[in-house]
Every structure is written in structure tokens, then in C-alpha cells.
Design a binder for this molecule. Structure first.
Ligand SMILES: Cc1ncc(COP(=O)(O)O)c(C=O)c1O
Ligand SMILES: N[C@@H](CCCC[NH3+])C(=O)O
Length: 436
């Protein structure tokens, strides 16, 4: 039995249930592929992060990094949970506006925010702009010059910490496109420039070391580094930081090979280091902000596919194909990411073989799993890929002009469509006839 499936995930018919709803019923009702979120799991993850801060009596914010999965519905859940969110584009901001999300609880990130995106953020009163580079400082200065607008910013530094993760998703090393370098004096220069703009209020210092990180060392390092910088800037510039933002990146278990520590342990270690270093370096204890994305939505997501064709090759693993693939989950092809899958009708069934789960896209690399143990399967069976809530739908494409799947939220035994499946009309409605 897959160790990610608990007894409570199986209903009286022996089927997988998600948030109390039978996975086969969901597949029937919404079609496949469909991404289903167990909303209780999302709320629970936020509470787990929060509880530690509460127990430790530390000021904090949990800011959901919505690049992991952005939609009106998820922003509405975050609003109910009174969480903050990060956005990284005008599109995510527009979605948050549509969700009526409180603008003051939004942080706007990005290494190349356009003038249009910055003015959109200013117009809507976004709570924090996380300033990333000198061009952005110039743009901000121009945009607020003719107004009395006041803007809260956090200054993103590159901490010079290489996280142990896939190089595509590591961001803390000096050789990174994000943030101001510290050792060369760029971060100091950026602070001085920002402090010289009277309408700008620098509330904090930000760093993010990468994503899908399993151990606590990098976070301890970044927490210590941020405190050191804060102490240095207090001494040199009389700058008193209110916030240290240590970013996100808390890893999750996708497969039996992954052994991340618990969310609570990440947070506790960060708090310990900040408390201790702040005391040693004589700065007031700042608020600590974290920006988890994957760890909030990843484990709550289940992608339901229907099995179709099968190809057996003597001496090699069979290919079992499903009705989705790299268009709804690019992560195996892009990062060699591993996932696990079970059969909806019997997640506890005895496995009889190992197969490759192939997608339907016209690409040999469109393999969702290169070694998945499975029981006997037949065309029409519903295969459920686990932990697909983060950076899956968010990175979905229309490759081969396949429509993106539907997204459904499930909570308390009830289900609701929150993103419609794209239709062929949706796919073609931007196309124009060629008339030259
Ligand atoms: C600035 C920033 N914050 C937070 C995150 C969220 O990371 P994760 O989804 O790994 O928690 C990211 C993505 O890596 C990021 O770039
Ligand atoms: N898209 C990446 C994570 C990127 C994190 C964003 N800074 C993934 O799927 O793992």
C-alpha cells in the first residue's frame, strides 16, 4: 500500500476519497484530467506554520506564495484564513483583485516588474513591494513622484547561500538573477537610495534561498545572515528593520525517497536563530515573515487521469498512457520530479508490476512517472497522481492545443468546480484569420 494513503482516505466501497468525496464520483462528475484540492489540508498546513509562531510569541506573517497555485478560489481561502499572499505578476494581482483579496496583505515580487505592473500595484494599494533591483527603484521613484502615495517596501537581498535542491529552483546563491548582492555593496546602495525617497518606507529585508528544501541548515543560515545585515544597517544607517522575511521553500514528500522535516521544525529553527542572533547583535526582535507555497498546496492536490492505451515491449517497462501529461504537469519533464500514483477504485490493491506512466503529448519526454508500481489496470481506470497541488496547474500549458484541466475544491464531503476545464472555443478564441 502506498504509505501516503491513510485508512481514512479510503471509503466504505474501498475507493480513494478526497475530502470525504469518492474520487470515482469526482472523475465521473467533472471528467478527467481534473485537479482536486482537499481544502482542509490547505487550511491545516497554514495552521501548522502559524501555531509555532503563536507558541513562541513572535510577530509573524504567513504569506502564501501563490505562484504555486493561483486562482480566485485559493485567494478566497487565504482571505478566510487571514493569511497574506505573494504575487509575482499583474495576472496574479488581477486574480487577487477578482477574489476581492485585501490588497494590504499582498506582497509583490519579481526580478523584472514592468512599469505597468508596478503602477497597477500602486493604484490598488498593494501592501508591500519587494524591491529587487535598481531599475525597479528608479521606476518606483518616477511612478510616485507626482503623488503623495506612500509605499511600503522590503528589500530583497541575495544571501549567498546555496540551498541543497535542484539548480533550476535554487535562488540564494550569489550567482542569481534575484535580489541585491550583499558583499559587493549593492544591497547597501539600494537601501541608501530607498531611504532617500521620503514616500518610501522600508519595512523589512527579504531573502529566499530556493524551493523544495528538506533540511534546516539553509534556513538557519539565511535567518542569521538577515539579522547580521539588519544589525549592520542599524549601525551604519540608523535603519531599524521591522520585518525579516526568510522566504519559502519548505520541502514536501512526493515519493518514498523524500524525507523533508516537518513544517513546524523549519519554523522553530528559524525563530530560534533570529531570537538568538537578534539578542547577540543588539537589534530589537523583528517580525518574521515566511512565504510557503509548495508546502501549503502541494500535498492537498490530487490529479485524476483516465488510463487509455498500453504498450508492452519485451524486457522493458510497459508504457501505460493517461489522458493528461506534461501540459498539466511539466515537473517530471522539467526537473525530473518524482510522483506517486494509486488507482482510485482500489488504492490498497496489491501491485503486480512496474510501469511507466506516459502522458498523451507528442514528446518522448512526456513521462509522468518512469517507474510506478501498479496493480492490474484496464483502459478506463482512474489513476490518481498524489501531491500535485503545487506548480502543476500553475505551470500548465496548451501544448499540442490540449485544453487545461478543470480544478475542483473539496471540503467537508462537498465538491465545487473552481476553474472550468478549457474548451476548444477557449483555445481558439484569440486566433485571428490571416488576411494579408
Ligand atoms: C520569493 C519566493 N518566495 C516564496 C517562494 C515559494 O517557494 P515554495 O513554493 O518552495 O515554498 C518562492 C519560490 O521559490 C519565491 O521565489
Ligand atoms: N516551479 C518550481 C518551483 C519554482 C519556485 C519559484 N521560485 C517547481 O515546480 O518546483
Amino acid at each position: 500500500m502506498n504509505d501516503q494513503i491513510k485508512a481514512a482516505d479510503i471509503n466504505s466501497s474501498g475507493h480513494l476519497q478526497i475530502g470525504g468525496v469518492d474520487a470515482l464520483t469526482l472523475a465521473d462528475k467533472y471528467g478527467t484530467p481534473v485537479l482536486v484540492y482537499d481544502v482542509a489540508k490547505i487550511r491545516d498546513q497554514i495552521h501548522r506554520f502559524r501555531n509555532v509562531f503563536e507558541q513562541e510569541h513572535v510577530e509573524y506573517e504567513v504569506s502564501y506564495a501563490s505562484k504555486a497555485f493561483a486562482s480566485v478560489a485559493i485567494y478566497q481561502v487565504m482571505k478566510q484564513e487571514q493569511a497574506h499572499i505573494d504575487v509575482v505578476s499583474g495576472g496574479e494581482l488581477a486574480t487577487a483583485i477578482k477574489a476581492d483579496f485585501p490588497m494590504e496583505k499582498i506582497s509583490f515580487h519579481g526580478n523584472n516588474k514592468s512599469e505597468a505592473e508596478l503602477s497597477m500595484a500602486l493604484e490598488h494599494g498593494v501592501g508591500t513591494i519587494v524591491v529587487d533591483n535598481f531599475h525597479e527603484i528608479d521606476l518606483l521613484k518616477q511612478l510616485i513622484a507626482d503623488s503623495s502615495k506612500r509605499v511600503n517596501v522590503q528589500l530583497r537581498i541575495t544571501p549567498g547561500i546555496a540551498a541543497h535542491t535542484n539548480s533550476y529552483i535554487a535562488t540564494g546563491q550569489v550567482d542569481s538573477k534575484f535580489g541585491f548582492d550583499v558583499d559587493s555593496g549593492q544591497a547597501d546602495k539600494a537601501l541608501r537610495e530607498l531611504m532617500a525617497i521620503s514616500q518610501i518606507n522600508v519595512t523589512g529585508i527579504h531573502a529566499h534561498i530556493g524551493s523544495q528544501i528538506f533540511d534546516v541548515q539553509g534556513f538557519k543560515g539565511v535567518a542569521h545572515k538577515l539579522v547580521q545585515i539588519a544589525a549592520d544597517w542599524q549601525e551604519k544607517y540608523d535603519f531599524h528593520t521591522k520585518i525579516l522575511n526568510v522566504g519559502g521553500g519548505f520541502g514536501i514528500k512526493y515519493s518514498a525517497d523524500d524525507h523533508p522535516i516537518h513544517p513546524e521544525d523549519f519554523v522553530r529553527a528559524i525563530i530560534d536563530v533570529v531570537k538568538k542572533s537578534a539578542q547577540e547583535s543588539g537589534i530589537d526582535m523583528p517580525a518574521i515573515w515566511i512565504e510557503p507555497g509548495r508546502s501549503i498546496v502541494g500535498p492537498a492536490g490530487y490529479t485524476l487521469y483516465t488510463i487509455g492505451s498500453r504498450k508492452d515491449i519485451p524486457g522493458l517497462l510497459p508504457y501505460v498512457s493517461v489522458d493528461g501529461g506534461m501540459g498539466d504537469n511539466i515537473r517530471p519533464a522539467l526537473y525530473n520530479a518524482k510522483y506517486e500514483a494509486v488507482l482510485a477504485r482500489d488504492p490498497q490493491a496489491q501491485n503486480i508490476e512496474e510501469v511507466r506512466i506516459a502522458g498523451k503529448y507528442c514528446e518522448s519526454g512526456d513521462i509522468l512517472s518512469d517507474r510506478q508500481p501498479l496493480p492490474e489496470t484496464h483502459p478506463g481506470d482512474v489513476l490518481v497522481m498524489l501531491d500535485t497541488g503545487a506548480y502543476d496547474y500553475a505551470m500548465a500549458s496548451n501544448y499540442n492545443r490540449n485544453p487545461r484541466p478543470a480544478v475542483v475544491f473539496v471540503e467537508n464531503g462537498r465538491d465545487q468546480l473552481v476553474i472550468k476545464r478549457e474548451s476548444y472555443d477557449d483555445l481558439t478564441h484569440l486566433d485571428l484569420n490571416y488576411s494579408l
